[in-house]
Design a protein around this ligand. Structure first.
Ligand code: ADP
Length: 476
């Protein structure tokens, strides 16, 4: 029960509160008892003060005269209803009581003995009589002018009623203390439960997610930090599910991508092997070898892309930067893709600028890879007779720090819902066209490593424009 957060809360908060409440309750009980006792003693003292007037200047030295004087005092005592008054002789024997009943001789009277010994000749005592009654007594010793003790007057008041009231008040104080503790436990356990229950749910859900069950949802009960945590968790589960789905799609897509060239290579290799003996005609042989070379190249491309992707994922992609003429690199890529565009019946337009542009500090092969990915996509998603135009812009007045490479196509375009996601890994907006869905993710990462940007604008049915912005090299 007292494990974890509950245990820590009990130790840090509850123990302190229990301690404080106990201290307050004990203090109040002491205060109540003290107040009641002093009140009784105060009332006895105020009554006993009359004695000073009665026996002041008392001179007689014989006990008979004292007894007579005391008798008159007791007769006229006006508080008989509230207390009993007794007259004692010099040896402490009771000679008179206001109630008229004979007092039990065996009763002890510690207050009388203390009064005889004390300087002010008076003393209190609280205790229980033989009858079980609780009393408080005040004895005042009477001396004559010569200082000889001639007797004492003793006041006795029952404190049973006072003690009952004391007990009642103390019980109320204890009950209030317990009620406060109960309230603290109640609100505290509600508070703790509002943390512990969702945290427990979170850990159970995390466990389920770890075992591949992404469908679990956490109910958001509170609109606070815990609620936000539940929301983030549900969001994370959703993202993980989507990533898991994308990963699975990716694996099946890549397997498919690998299988197509492999089937072609295997098919042509078998054809050549079977017909090895009866000499294959030159045209068929060349066609077969062409397919094998082209498809092996495609396989290498896919593997390279996968390797790059894995390097990016693990942060192991290192750039081999050097001073580059970006136009020359772009020219090479366009030259490489020109034949393909012609074969596919697409118009690849590029007007190489006349001016000399400032150099770029970057990794030659990685930047060429970005150009290939972008132009390859433009060709891939543009139907025959479509146009893919490439333009390089540099303006030393308006933006002297960057070179822009703009690739525009008149292809199928990307819908506004897909546009923000196409740069994410594994994301494919167009499932009909072959591709692993990581080309743009890799290109974007390479651009970021070069402190550049990759922006895409697109309209469905209109076409797509990809703008690559690369910082120029600062001389010196
Ligand atoms: P893929 O291997 O599928 O081409 P990419 O990461 O290169 O993967 O591109 C992600 C997605 O972006 C593609 O599946 C495609 O839907 C969309 N896309 C990229 N370039 C273009 C383009 N020029 N025209 C239309 N859609 C494009």
């Amino acid at each position: 029960m007292f494990k974890g957060i509950t245990g820590r809360w009990f130790l840090s908060t509850m123990l302190v509160i229990i301690l404080i409440v106990s201290m307050i309750v004990t203090g109040l009980i002491f205060a109540v008892t003290y107040l009641f006792n002093t009140e009784v003693e105060r009332s006895l003292s105020s009554v006993s003060n009359e004695l000073t007037a009665v026996f002041d200047g008392y001179t007689a030295d014989n006990s008979t005269a004292f007894a007579q004087e005391a008798h008159d005092y007791v007769e006229n005592f006006s508080h008989k209803e509230q207390m009993e008054v007794m007259v004692l002789n010099s040896t402490g024997r009771i000679i008179l009581t206001s109630s008229g009943f004979s007092f039990d001789e065996g009763e002890e009277m510690p207050d009388f003995n203390s009064a005889c010994e004390s300087d002010n000749k008076s003393a209190f005592w609280s205790g229980q009589l033989g009858s079980g009654e609780n009393v408080t007594a005040l004895s005042k010793v009477i001396s004559n002018k010569n200082g000889n003790v001639i007797g004492a007057v003793r006041y006795l008041v029952s404190t049973d009623g006072v003690i009952n009231r004391e007990i009642l008040l103390c019980a109320i104080i204890i009950l209030i203390g317990l009620a406060i503790l109960g309230l603290v436990v109640l609100t505290g356990s509600y508070f703790i439960r509002s943390i512990v229950t969702p945290v427990r749910q979170l850990s159970e859900t995390a466990d389920k997610i770890a075992h591949g069950d992404f469908s679990t949802k956490i109910e958001k009960r509170y609109n606070d930090e815990i609620g936000e945590l539940c929301d983030s968790f549900t969001e994370m589960a959703k993202d993980l599910e989507a990533t898991e789905q994308m990963k699975n799609d990716f694996i099946s897509r890549v397997s498919h991508e690998l299988r197509t060239p492999l089937t072609a290579i295997k098919g042509w290799a078998e054809t050549m092997q079977i017909s090895g003996k009866r000499k294959l005609d030159r045209r068929t042989f060349d066609k077969g070898m062409g397919v094998i070379i082209k498809e092996s190249g495609r396989l290498t491309g896919i593997v390279e892309e996968l390797l790059d992707f894995s390097r990016i994922q693990t942060g192991r992609m290192v750039l081999l930067n050097e001073k580059l003429d970006i136009l020359a690199e772009l020219d090479e890529v366009i030259y490489m893709l020109k034949d393909r565009a012609v074969n596919e019946g697409k118009h690849l337009i590029y007007d190489e600028p006349e001016a000399v542009y400032p150099p770029v500090f970057g990794d030659r092969n990685r930047l060429k890879q970005v150009f290939i990915n972008i132009i390859d996509n433009a060709l891939k998603y543009t139907p025959s007779d479509g146009v893919v135009a490439i333009e390089v812009k540099y303006n030393e007045h308006t933006d002297p720090d960057n070179i822009l490479i703009i690739v525009t196509d008149t292809g199928c375009g990307i819908s506004p819902e897909d546009l923000p996601k196409v740069k994410e890994k594994f994301y494919k907006a167009n499932q009909k066209v072959n591709g692993s869905g990581i080309g743009l993710a890799v290109a974007d990462e390479i651009m970021q490593l070069h402190k550049g940007t990759l922006d895409i604008e697109s309209g469905v049915g209109v076409g797509t424009t990809v703008t690559l912005k690369l910082p120029v090299m600062k001389e010196g």
